[in-house]
Design a protein. Structure first.
Length: 371
């Protein structure tokens, strides 16, 4: 009986075709994680911009290829603005902040000594830390901070080849363009492969995947835009140098969970301490706390919604796993991939709980007394 079902599935219904595609995909995903990450990132990018492409195609009567090229040009211009304008300004401010840290530390220690002396406390009895000793200690540390850009540049050049990076970027752009221009045709071709008897159920699964991916990708882009605007406005209002540029950078990095907020707090704190002292530092912390609380309460739940349904602990696990498998691109695709795997796992758990194995009656009645 089992052999007849297997024969009917593989031969009569040509089940070997979808199984072969699945095995090829699994083979590429396991043995070529770097290429798989690039392909998945290109697919997710094309999927994320598909509403804009469809709008430009339907309302503005532009071909999908032209609409995709325009969006890619806009993305390239934003990347150029980020790399050649925003990042250099922030790095210049950071370099200046690092140079000011020793004097700031000295002034802070002197202020503590003065306040303690005014209250009848002699700190020198407990800690022999003079201004000269503090400068000497900080002088041994500051050069390492100043050489950090050269060190990071050396690590980057040793780890990633510029040629390989350009090739990966070219593959990513070509695949993104191809998928974006042919996304409706890809969807129709995929649906046409479904068995007629199971087409309705499998189309429903596609809609589930769409809700998960839309809840993360498009929602996360919206969250990045809102957070970037709020941080740019808040940091500018409190008087932080290059607050608008830093806010845009934080909003961009917020696409990867936790990266944007951690980077923003570190950079903004250094700039605040060097430019305005403790008062500006406190203002920066207030801005971050207010925006983060607003994000947790109103922004992310309303924009992203609860479609993804992944707890922060599993988000961290997914990010580490993606980074281990495929580097930065793996981090980008880790959360939506994990969300899809969770959706599939939930389906199999429900099937198992509805099966005869799970619901089989016990061999011994519950109320039976042991002999």
């Amino acid at each position: 009986m089992i052999q007849e079902k297997i024969y009917a599935f593989f031969i009569e219904r040509k089940g070997w075709i979808p199984l072969g595609f699945f095995l090829i995909f699994l083979f590429i995903l396991i043995l070529l994680p770097h290429i798989s990450a690039i392909l998945l990132a290109a697919f997710f990018t094309a999927y994320a911009v598909s509403p804009l492409v469809a709008f430009m195609n339907n309302r503005m009567r532009l071909p999908r290829s032209v609409a995709t090229i325009l969006l890619m040009i806009l993305a390239l211009l934003f990347l150029a603005l980020l790399v050649f304008v925003i990042l250099p300004a922030i790095f210049a401010q950071l370099a200046d902040a690092v140079k000011r840290l020793p004097l700031l530390a000295v002034s802070t220690v002197n202020w503590i000594y003065e306040k303690a002396y005014e209250n009848g406390i002699n700190i020198s009895e407990y800690q022999n830390l003079t201004e000269e000793a503090l400068l000497e200690r900080l002088g041994a540390v500051v050069p390492s901070f100043e050489s950090m850009p050269q060190f990071m540049g050396t690590v980057f050049r040793q780890t990633f080849s510029a040629l390989f990076f350009l090739v990966d970027l070219l593959i990513y752009a070509v695949v993104t363009f191809f998928v974006s221009t042919r996304l409706p045709a890809v969807y129709d071709a995929l649906v046409s492969l479904f068995p007629p008897a199971r087409k309705e159920e499998m189309v429903e699964w596609l809609h589930k995947f769409d809700r998960v991916l839309a809840g993360f990708i498009r929602g996360q882009l919206g969250v990045c835009f809102v957070l970037g605007s709020l941080y740019a406005f808040g940091l500018t209002v409190i008087g932080l140098p290059d607050g608008a540029s830093l806010g845009i950078l934080i909003g961009t990095l917020c696409f990867v969970p936790y990266i944007g907020i951690i980077t923003g707090v570190i950079v903004a704190s250094l700039l605040a301490l060097s430019a305005g002292g403790p008062l500006l530092f406190v203002k920066v912390l207030i801005v971050f706390v207010v925006i983060q609380v607003t994000d947790m309460i109103a922004i992310t739940p309303n924009i992203v919604g609860r479609n993804v349904g992944i707890s922060p602990v599993f988000v961290i696990i997914a990010l580490f796993a993606g980074a281990e498998l495929a580097g930065f691109l793996g981090v980008l695709v880790a959360v939506p991939t994990f969300a899809i795997l969770k959706l599939i796992g939930t389906y199999f758990v429900e099937k198992y709980k509805a099966s005869a194995i799970y619901n089989a009656p016990p061999d011994t009645p519950v109320n039976a007394k042991p002999s």
